[in-house]
Design a protein around this ligand. Structure first.
Ligand code: ADP
Length: 467
């Protein structure tokens, strides 16, 4: 199939030396004609920046973007605005309709500006209006229209010039749930009818799963995974993607050998191979893949139901095992809180993933034999003999040895809790330090996304490795 968009090693940095945000960090992917791409990620992951670079609203720091073979990063301002007008359509969360113009005039604006003959404008506007079932409201002003009608006008305006690529930034974010679902079907219909390529940014996973042919999951300016919704849901590449898309039980595990993994205090048969022996891994099990039943010999795990909520079609139950692990289970049958149950997972449903990291690793340098500098901060450490001052070293700190304090002043350095991953019996947190580097923390304390914290590490828990 013809590639319509090619993004090559795209980078976009904000700020200047010493305080740089890598909003988009070395991203590459290709989109074929007529494909519907959903770009997903948490707030701040770089979705809008990526879309703005593709849409030529923003210029890239480095890398190339080819749209129909044309490298748009190389276009001069004048060529750019023509290219944009001819090839691209935009739909944003804010409809940005002009209040002084009727719906018809809003839709026609882009055509009017370039001097399209009135008769052609009339034909084209009525054509899209019919497609979107808004013929009857063309004479009205935006303030006379509902949110859904305004959104239809905004969509009509974006497609009236028959763009090759439609760029959508959270286009349904301002609509209520029912309307959003209607508009999702509308967008799918349009995509099939028009054969336009859609590049769609959303933080709503259900929307991305429903609409996209291909999903790009982003985090911290990088692509975590690209794949079909089914691939991303069934075979998430790491625990971040698993946690982001759908509900998951994510636990620390140990690959004992091929096809045998240990987690939650038990050994299980699985289908994965090639991780080596005694290798730390992440284990992901979807709640709908755990069988729950009255205690019996078939049970691989036993536990007590601690909560049970009806979710419309299934029940969502939390089960606590005697070994201290918690599992989320979804089933059509209800087991009440307090009930003893047995659990079973089939080998095929145990997803084993390589751990991205097993401990914190930093580049640092010795200050003297009992002090080391890393993360822009001097920490006391156990005595390291035979090390010259200023000697570069590698520093390792176990996740569970990083101590977070409520009071920022109680820490050696400060930061903000960003991502929280529940791992069955503890939380794995990412803390963005104010030095702009992440530190990862395992804790049983409950923190919220965005909490400001002080960070401490005891001297005996700082491991210095000679470089
Ligand atoms: P998303 O759309 O996923 O919420 P953005 O692309 O808006 O993410 O932002 C990615 C990162 O770039 C964030 O850390 C954000 O603070 C930063 N950023 C975005 N726009 C600017 C800007 N104009 N100036 C400085 N930093 C920016």
């Amino acid at each position: 199939m013809e590639s319509i968009l090619k993004v090559e090693h795209l980078e976009k940095y904000y700020g200047n030396r010493g305080n740089v945000t890598k909003a988009v960090d070395d991203i590459s992917f290709t989109v074929t004609q007529g494909e519907y791409i959903g770009i997903m990620g948490a707030s701040g992951s770089g979705k809008t920046t990526l879309l703005n670079c593709i849409s030529t609203i923003d210029s890239a720091t480095a890398g190339h973007i080819f749209i129909r073979g044309q490298d748009v990063t190389q276009l001069k301002a004048k060529e750019l605005s023509r290219f944009r007008r001819e090839q691209l359509g935009f739909i944003f969360q804010e409809f940005n309709l002009l209040d002084t113009l009727t719906a018809f005039e809003n839709i026609a604006l882009a055509l009017t500006v370039i001097g399209t003959p009135a008769k052609e404008i009339d034909g084209r506007v009525h054509n899209v209006a019919k497609r979107l079932e808004i013929d009857s409201i063309l004479g009205k002003y935006p303030y006379q229209l509902s949110g859904g009608q305004q959104q239809r006008i905004a969509i009509a305006r974006a497609i009236v010039n028959e763009p090759r690529v439609l760029l959508l930034d959270e286009p349904l974010g301002a609509l209520d749930l029912k309307l959003r679902q209607d508009m999702q079907y509308e967008l799918i219909r349009l995509k099939h009818e028009l054969g336009i390529t859609f590049i769609y940014v959303t933080h709503d996973q259900e929307e991305a799963l429903t609409l996209s042919d291909t999903i790009v999951v982003m985090s911290e300016g990088r692509i975590q995974q690209i794949g079909t919704p089914i691939d991303i849901y069934n075979e998430p590449i790491n625990s971040f993607v698993a946690d982001f898309i759908g509900e998951s039980n994510i636990l620390n595990g140990l690959m004992i050998k091929d096809k045998q993994v240990s987690f939650a205090g038990h050994d299980f048969e699985c289908v994965d191979e090639g991780f080596g022996e005694q290798a730390p891994v992440d284990v992901v099990i979807r709640p709908e893949d755990i069988y729950i039943f009255d205690p019996s010999e078939a049970a691989m795990l036993t536990g007590t139901v601690t909560s049970s909520i009806f979710k419309g079609v299934h029940y969502e139950m939390m089960v606590q095992t005697p070994e201290g692990y918690e599992f989320m289970v979804q089933d059509y049958h209800c087991f009440e809180a307090g009930q003893e149950v047995g659990l079973l997972v089939k080998p095929f449903d145990i997803h084993v993933m390589k751990k991205e990291r097993v401990c914190n690793t930093f580049e640092g340098k010795m200050i003297d034999s009992t002090h080391v500098e890393f993360l822009g901060t001097t920490f006391e450490c156990n005595e390291v003999p035979d090390m010259e001052p200023d000697a570069p070293v590698k520093v390792e700190v176990d996740f569970r040895h990083v101590i977070l304090e409520d009071n920022e002043e109680d820490g050696k350095l400060t930061g903000e809790v960003k991502f929280i991953l529940y791992k069955g019996n503890h939380y794995h947190l990412t803390v963005f330090t104010d030095w702009d580097e992440d530190i990862f923390v395992d804790t049983t304390d409950v923190w919220d996304d965005g909490d400001r914290v002080g960070i401490r590490i005891a001297p005996e828990n700082i491991r210095i490795i000679h470089n």
